[in-house]
Structure formats: C-alpha cells, structure tokens
Design a binder for this molecule. Structure first.
Ligand code: HAM
Length: 420
C-alpha cells in the first residue's frame, strides 16, 4: 500500500460513522435543551492565542501543538482545543454586548501531537460547551450536569464526576509556595520533566503521566486548604447545586487540569471501562481568559469531551445496536425493463422511507437474501411478468406474506406496512 492515514489519525468508515451521527445528534439535542447555540471557529488560529491562553508551561503548548508558518511567515497552529478560539471569537464579535450570558457549543476536530495509544489520537473530535458572562456557581453545576446526563442519555452507566477547585490568582501564590516547600525534599524521586516543572510552575507536575511521580504527588498538600474565601464559598455552592440537582460527584483534591486558564471549579467525568485514558470529558471555570485575550473582564465556564472515547465507552457498555439500521424497503428487480420500473418505484418510495436497490444485475434470490440481511421490512419485487402486467409484488419480510398490486398502489401499500 502506498499511503496510509498519518500516525495518530483515523478514518471513520461507514460501519462506524453512524455511531458518530448518533452521538452528535443526541449531543445537539441536549445542547438545545440546555439553551446552547452552535459556534464554528477556524481550524487554525494565531499560535500566540493558544500559547498565552493554554499556558507556556503546559505540555500542550510545549510539546503537542501543530505549529507552522504560512506563506507570509505568520505562525499559525491547528487548534489543540476549542476554548481559546471561542474566546477569541467572543471578543472579536462582542458577543457579550449588553452584559448578556452567551452559551455556545461546538463539535469539531482538534489536533495534538501526542503519543498515540488507545483513546489518544493526534486528530480527535470534541464536543464542547462554553458559557460566558456569569460568575454564578449554578453555571458550573449545570455544565457538569449536562456532561453526566448526556453520557447517561447515550446509555453509558457508571460514570464518575470528580470535582476540585483550581483557586484563583489570589490563592495560587500561597499554594505554589506550599507545594514547593513540601515537594522540594522529594525532588530526587521525580522524573526530569517534573523537576523542570517544579522550577517553572509546580502545579504542572500533576500533568505527569509517570506512575512513580504520581505516587509521590499523592502526599502533596491539597489546594483546598489554600483557597481564598471567594473560591472556597464558590466551591461549596457548586457542590450544593450539584447535590440539589441530584448529580453524583466526588471531590478529588488530586484533580489538576492540563491547561493554565482555569480558576475556581475544575472537573472531569471518568468511565472506568476505558483503561488509562478514562476521562470522557474535562472542564472548568476560566474567569480571566476573556480579559487576557483582550476583552472586558468576563467570567466563564466550559467543558469538552473526546468523541472517540465516548464511542469506545458506548461500545464497551453495549449501548449501541450491533449494526447500523438498514433500509426499510428493498426494491428487487430482474431484467432491464423491470429495472426501469423498479427505479421509478424506488424514486417515489424515497419520498417516504429509506430504500435500497440492486445495481449489479444479481439474481432475485440473491437480492432477497440481501434484503433479509439488511433487515428490510418490505421488499418490492418487479420481474418480467410484473412489468407485462403493470404490477409489482409487495412482500412483508417479517410475515413472508406477499401481494401483487398495480404499480400505482405500491407506494400506499408500502406506507401502510411500514406504519403497522
Ligand atoms: P482537555 O482535558 O485537554 O480539555 O480535553 C477534554 C477531553 O478531550 C478529554 O477529557 C478527552 O476526553 C479528550 N481528549 C483530549 N486529548 C485527546 C487525545 N489526544 N485523543 C483523544 N481524546 C482526547 C480541553 O480541551 C478544554 N478545552 C476543556 C474546556 C472547555 N475547559 C473549559 N472549556
């Protein structure tokens, strides 16, 4: 074979794409119920938007961005995530004019140069929500509720929502100092990357994928003891809202997100059937990002979720049918004249239902076998005799009953059978 899809990318073929359509349509419907409208931003943005927004010391910016110079030498980057581009568009188009809350959703591919493994790709899809303009903890709780209820609506049981606080610019210096003080003595136990993180930004040590480092980090102090009054109160309120909304959750003080823009609430929803890459979604509040991107101070909160992982979870839960639902009707024909009559019937029937027909001059027996394999509910059969009589046979595939009818009555009879 001469060409293959680039490493870390994959083709979504028809035997799988129907699963994607199902996830996307349930997601869109749920987003509408929660009052979110779609935004589509460019696949690439100025590199600086991501470098500043996600943070220079994060793995995403340091190691994982697809960055290139265009023909005029501008540095551009394929979006590694959706939030920065949404914030850029929000500021550029003054979407928050008049102080209103803006609720946006997206469903699109992202790009990260990561080491590919199960559940981790270089091009992957995310659904995401961003709610801009409110400081209220009810927004954070609603976004967590959205995530958990979407997974449940899709048929995934046993997800676990983990929540934590990232603090704000007021509490961060004290926490960083505490972390440095406690971890300094244990520095030799950490990997080289973590030792560099310790110098740059000790909280990024929580991003490490190395088991040995994570074990030492279990002894690190929790941020909850360093929160300022505002962050502590906000975190309590988020938990109160979640409890009142009957959203099960667990406070996980070791939860740290891999992006620098978070303030206050951070959360992830995990599904244990996925192995190492068990985070179905992650998000949180980012109250400084709009201002940092040149807009007016605007509190905001959001979430994104990897669609490949979601589909893997649906498969492991057995929450999807075995195969794509087939056509409702198959038109079976034999001979050139019958093919003409059959094509006319298929054209008329397609106004009402999904219809398949033969394109390969196969035997009637083979065509009927196919109709059964595809799960068709009705077969419409036209052979030379039927053509001569101006008729077609309508067969109920479940009962095996069949009737020969004038061509003009076929559409009505098929509709009757499909409605039964
Ligand atoms: P993130 O945690 O980097 O957050 O990614 C969110 C989700 O995307 C992950 O939980 C995972 O399901 C999926 N994901 C991430 N990387 C990969 C990959 N290489 N392959 C497959 N799936 C992946 C964000 O992207 C933030 N923008 C979330 C957010 C929105 N925060 C506020 N608003």
């Amino acid at each position: 074979m001469k060409y293959r899809a680039p490493r870390g990318t994959r083709d979504i073929l028809p035997d799988e794409s129907w699963k994607w359509q199902r996830v996307e349509s349930v997601f869109r419907e749920t987003a509408a119920r929660f009052g979110y409208s779609e935004i589509r931003t460019p696949v690439f943005e100025e590199t600086e938007l991501f470098a500043r927004g996600i943070g220079d010391s994060t793995d995403i910016v340091r190691k994982e961005m697809y960055t290139f110079a265009d023909r005029k030498g501008r540095s551009l980057t394929l979006r590694p995530e959706g939030t920065a581009g949404v914030v850029r568009a929000y500021v550029e188009h003054a979407l928050g004019r008049g102080g209103r809350v803006t609720k946006l959703f997206y469903f699109c591919p992202m790009f990260r140069y990561e080491r590919p493994q199960a559940g981790r790709y270089r091009q992957f899809w995310q659904w995401g929500l961003e709610s801009l303009g409110s400081l209220s903890p009810v927004v954070d709780a609603e976004i967590i509720h959205f995530s958990v209820s979407l997974f449940a609506r899709l048929g995934i049981r046993g997800t676990e929502a983990r929540v934590n606080s990232a603090g704000c610019r007021e509490c961060t210096p004290a926490y960083n100092a505490l972390l440095k003080e406690r971890l300094a003595v244990r520095l030799p136990e950490f990997c080289e990357d973590c030792r560099a993180r310790f110098e740059r930004n000790p909280r990024r040590m929580f991003d490490c994928k190395n088991e040995a480092c994570l074990t030492v980090l279990k002894d690190a102090p929790s941020i909850l003891g360093s929160l300022c009054d505002g962050c502590r109160r906000h975190f309590e309120r988020v938990q109160a809202y979640l409890a009142r909304m009957s959203v099960p959750f667990r406070v996980d003080t070791s939860l740290a997100r891999g992006l620098d823009y978070y303030t206050k609430t951070v959360f992830e929803v995990h599904y244990h059937g996925l192995g190492a890459q068990s985070a179905l979604c992650g998000g949180g509040r980012y109250d400084q990002l709009v201002e940092d991107a040149g807009g007016d101070p605007t509190p905001a909160c959001g979430v994104s979720s990897g669609v490949e992982r979601l589909i893997a979870a649906l498969e492991s839960e057995g929450a999807l049918p075995e195969a794509q639902p087939g056509p409702a009707v198959v038109v079976v024909t034999m001979g050139d004249e019958a093919s003409l009559a059959g094509a006319a019937l298929a054209a008329a029937l397609r106004e009402r239902a999904a219809v398949e027909m033969d394109y390969q001059d196969r035997s009637i027996k083979a065509q009927l076998r196919d109709a059964a394999r595809l799960g068709a509910r009705v077969a419409v059969i036209v052979g030379a005799d039927e053509v001569a009589r101006g008729e077609a046979v309508v067969k109920d595939m479940a009962s095996g009953e069949q009737r020969s009818l004038p061509v003009g009555e076929v559409v009505g009879e098929v509709a009757r059978l499909l409605a039964a």
